[in-house]
Design a protein around this ligand. Structure first.
Ligand SMILES: [Zn+2]
Length: 130
């Protein structure tokens, strides 16, 4: 079989992004503990750390909102339930590229199908066909 690029599901991507931010936040706070002799540096590092943690909480909240809008489907490849965001997404379990759009079936997976430009282009094409 031809080599296939691995795409991870958008929800998983955002989730790992938020997790990384928590780690960065704690790293900054740990740096604050290490530099507690220099008061202003400790305070600055703590504030940055807290900001990272707060921001990742916001991202987690955002994932929650996104999840409610995601379309729950059963993956045709691994037959596990997964959620899709946008026109194209990947299965959360087996990374199988998925699409909701019949026109895109069999086409190579491309993030560009989720962009506004692509939708505009589709609308323009539909107008021209009339
Ligand atoms: Zn799957």
């Amino acid at each position: 079989m031809a080599q296939q690029l691995v795409y991870s599901s958008k929800i998983n991507k955002i989730r790992s992004f938020a997790l990384i931010q928590i780690f960065i936040g704690f790293a900054f706070m740990y740096g604050g503990i290490l530099t507690k002799k220099i008061e202003w540096l400790m305070a600055t590092l703590f504030v940055i750390g807290v900001l990272f943690v707060v921001f990742s909480c916001v991202v987690y909240f955002w994932i929650g909102l996104l999840s409610t809008r995601a379309v729950p489907i059963v993956c045709p490849n691994c037959e596990k339930p997964t959620k899709m965001l946008g026109r194209v997404d990947a299965c959360m379990h087996c990374k199988q590229p998925l699409t909701l759009d019949k026109d895109l079936e069999g086409k190579e997976f491309d993030e560009k199908y989720n962009t506004k430009e692509y939708r505009k282009e589709l609308k323009r094409k539909a107008k021209n066909n009339k």
